[in-house]
Design a protein around this ligand. Structure first.
Ligand SMILES: [Fe+2]
Length: 383
């Protein structure tokens, strides 16, 4: 069986690599760059160090600190307009997925006409010609989204209240695990579960491929080993490094196979109840693996084994599903994931919300509305 895997952008990985930012911008020929981040990252002291590094390379900076979660279209438009007004010749996005996706959107608007809404969900349309775009470097400060290794972003259409994908690569990612050391335990767990879902969904997708599988297996193994430590001991740099690597590998593994049940339903769940993305998708992972095991047991077995489970050789697909489910349930406890009951007070509202089900495209087992309800209900009751 043939498959396609598109290699991502250049990635500089390792402790202290954020000190390369100014030099790399210089290599791109930048003289004035738009630096995009949120106020929280600035308050954590991460932005200033990188700004100093950029300025030390003789590059002027223009600051945009208005990034919001689930980046709204008007924020992206504002960032793009600022970049145009200031005539910047490059961009830097510092933060989690929201900052990186805002930077990707602003990058489009430095070359192509506003607003960003023009570029939502272009699907099969001719991709934008990136050769004329200004360079953008992204620097993740969480270990989860993987946006540093994917050519897309998600922007919220604030008029229609829906999230849309945009297609835009980055010129370079700089992944410095030291930047994640100060992340609180709750955000570490949530973003880490996002990465775990990316890898598990890629591995069990009906469009999975061999290259993606290698990346996903390593990502799951690294997460199982490092996420509990990173949650317990935030300054454990080995664990942080393992998580940064895992998140990027998991993001890369998604290239081609896309997502599965946790992202298809969890994204809608997160939007409806204001739950952080990683928590919303993560809380459905255990039941989702159990649901698909009857049709893709060999891959669900790999997920369980990478997480440290022992799966007896003669296990039936159903037994493999239960082992995977229980392994992931234990992992929730290890990293102190919030319970669904605490996040969604009204269970019946959740089960009756038709908007939580729009079908899935890469799930190996056909999913009906009744199945989706069952997954939601079992996830809720077990939490
Ligand atoms: Fe995600």
């Amino acid at each position: 069986m043939s498959s396609v895997f598109n290699s991502p952008n250049p990635i500089f990985f390792g402790r202290g690599t954020s000190k390369l930012t100014g030099g790399k911008l210089k290599e791109f020929g930048c003289k004035k760059v738009l630096v995009i981040f949120d106020k929280g990252i600035k308050a954590a002291g991460i932005v200033d160090k990188i700004l100093d590094n950029i300025k030390a390379s003789g590059i002027e900076t223009v600051l945009f600190d208005k990034v919001e979660p689930d980046p709204p279209d008007y924020i992206v438009n504002e960032a793009g307009a600022l970049g145009l007004a200031e005539k910047v010749d490059g961009l830097v996005g510092i933060g989690g997925g929201s900052s990186m996706d805002t930077a990707k959107g602003a990058r489009i608007l430095l070359t192509f006409p506003a607003p960003i809404n023009r570029y939502f969900g272009r699907g099969d349309a001719e991709p934008l010609d990136e050769r004329n775009m200004k360079p953008v470097i992204v620097i993740p400060t969480t270990a989860g989204t993987g946006s540093e290794a994917t050519p897309g972003g998600i922007i919220t259409d604030t008029e229609k209240h829906v999230k849309w994908p945009i297609i835009c690569s980055v010129s370079m990612a700089i992944i410095d695990p030291e930047l994640t050391v100060g992340l609180p335990s709750g955000i570490t767990a949530s973003t880490g579960f996002d990465a775990l879902c990316h890898a598990a969904e890629a591995l069990t997708s009906k469009a999975h491929n061999r290259i993606s599988e290698v990346l996903a297996k390593e990502a799951i193994t690294l997460i199982a080993r490092n996420l509990p430590v990173a949650c317990r001991e935030g300054s454990n740099i080995e664990a942080r490094e393992g998580m940064s690597l895992a998140a990027t590998l998991a993001g890369m593994s998604l290239r081609g196979p896309f997502g599965g049940i946790p992202h298809d339903i969890g994204t809608l769940l997160g939007a409806r109840y204001g739950i952080p993305h990683g928590t919303a998708v993560g809380c459905l992972l255990a039941e989702s693996m159990n649901f698909i095991a009857p049709v893709i047991a060999d891959k669900v077995k790999i997920v369980a084994e990478c997480m440290g489970a022992e799966v007896p050789a003669n296990s039936t697909p159903e037994e493999i599903g239960i082992i995977a489910r229980n392994t992931i349930r234990n992992f929730y406890k290890e990293v102190n994931m919030p319970k669904m009951k605490a996040l969604i007070p009204d269970k019946q509202d959740m089960l009756q919300a038709e908007k939580l089900f729009k079908g899935t495209s890469f799930t190996p087992r056909a999913l009906t509305r009744e199945h989706a309800k069952e997954i939601l209900e079992n996830s809720y009751d077990a939490s």
